[in-house]
Design a protein around this ligand. Structure first.
Ligand code: OSB
Ligand code: MG
Length: 382
């Protein structure tokens, strides 16, 4: 095993103390505008939150699962069950994060549920040590790049208006969602109007290998990448498609852990990986994949799941890690919600960069009134 593939992350040694209270909270935040991808349309962000209270410290973890199985097979209800019945019982006082990570492997899949617990524990440990999360992970504070993910629009004209706004705001990269019937013409319109912006598309698995000839038309638009063109569960067919296209492919849905990343790299299925810490089971696995990718010439970036300010902050801290070579799907809070549950909101600086929170733990504060107002379910476990 070469050094870059080394599995020892210094924060694995950190030990979890006694937890006084554990709560599961489900919030529902209406979106400013509905978000459409090839496989779903969402009008609100529903998120499961895990709250840990220990010695006067409150820590949070956000689950990136949706209420529906339209992006991932994990759902909020399913992950509640996995967290309560299978993951939390493994979190005993005195156990280290590394041990928890190894114990969690006994539970198959369910990366989003695992990430929720790991995120909350990391927030708790960092807050106890009175350091920001990125420092616990071992990386210095810095500004991170911004990017925007624009949902499928009615018409090319409607899309142009949204892209125009994003370019004005200063985003470093624009991603547009595509699906069969809403692709070439839409990309062409954006490219003609904005010849120089960093542009990419995300199909969320809408195409089949037989569509290779059709997708080849995208090669003329100088796209940064095409994200998950084929099935949400496929790695092999992407390797065949990648050989037929000049444009880099990026995998999102079909990468659940380091092993999947190794398979994709070995097969040549993609040149870029979208790392969502929630999808891959948390920050530890996200960092392992990032290291492996860097050692193998694969670019990575941080995706997003339209998170509330809790999960968004975690994604921002993650991007301090070396290897995040491309702008991610990290956008300003006001693009998603009129009201978020945390303060301060994410904003773009004049140069389009985003500042990493400098406070303890995730570095954002949950607002009790907002949380109460937006809570649709609450359950005390301990
Ligand atoms: O495919 O990356 C995706 C949102 C929900 C589900 C899947 C995806 C997305 C996004 C939005 O693209 C990313 C964000 O703005 O947080
Ligand atoms: Mg995607």
């Amino acid at each position: 095993m070469n050094n870059s593939e080394s599995h020892d992350l210094s924060f694995e040694q950190e030990v979890v103390g006694t937890i006084d209270h554990i709560d599961l909270v489900v919030v529902k935040l209406p979106f400013v505008t509905p978000f459409a991808i090839s496989s779903a349309v969402w009008t609100a962000k529903e998120a499961l939150l895990l709250r840990l209270d220990s010695d006067g410290i409150t820590a949070w973890g956000e689950c990136v699962a949706d209420p529906d199985p339209f992006y991932s097979c994990e759902t909020i209800t399913g992950d509640c069950h996995i967290i309560k019945e299978f993951l939390l019982p493994l979190v005993e006082p005195g156990v280290s994060l590394g041990e928890i990570d190894r114990k969690f492997r006994h539970v198959r899949g369910n990366g989003m549920a695992k990430a929720t617990v790991e995120n909350a524990l990391l927030d708790l440990i960092a807050k106890r040590k009175q350091i920001p999360l990125h420092k616990l992970l071992g990386w210095p504070r810095k500004k991170i790049m911004s990017g925007i993910s624009i949902g499928i629009q009615e018409s090319p004209a409607a899309l142009l208006a949204v892209v125009e706004e994003a370019v004005q705001a200063g985003y470093h990269r624009v991603k547009m969602k595509i699906k069969r019937g809403k692709d070439i013409e839409f990309v062409q319109a954006v490219r003609e109007r904005f010849p120089d912006i960093k542009l990419m598309v995300d199909a969320n698995g809408d195409y089949r290998l037989e569509d290779a000839g059709h997708l080849k038309q995208l090669d003329r638009f100088n796209l940064l990448m095409i994200e998950q063109p084929l099935s949400y569960s496929d790695i092999y067919q992407h390797s065949i498609l990648q050989k037929q296209l000049a444009t880099a492919l990026c995998l999102d849905e079909s990468i659940h852990d380091l092993d999947d990343a190794k398979t994709a790299v070995a097969l040549g299925s993609c040149r870029i990986i979208n790392i969502k810490q929630g999808r891959v089971g948390g920050l530890m696995e996200a960092i392992r994949i990032t290291r492996y990718a860097a050692a193998n010439g694969i670019d990575v970036w941080s995706g997003g799941m339209d998170e509330t300010g809790i999960g968004r902050a975690v994604n921002i801290h993650l991007q301090t890690v070396d290897g995040f070579t491309l702008p991610g799907d990290t956008s300003e809070t006001r693009r998603y919600f009129h009201e978020d549950i945390v303060s301060p909101p994410v904003v773009l600086e004049h140069d389009g960069f985003i500042e990493v929170p400098g406070g303890h733990g995730i570095g954002v504060t949950v607002l009790p009134d907002r949380l109460d107002k937006l809570t649709i379910h609450r359950e005390r476990l301990r």
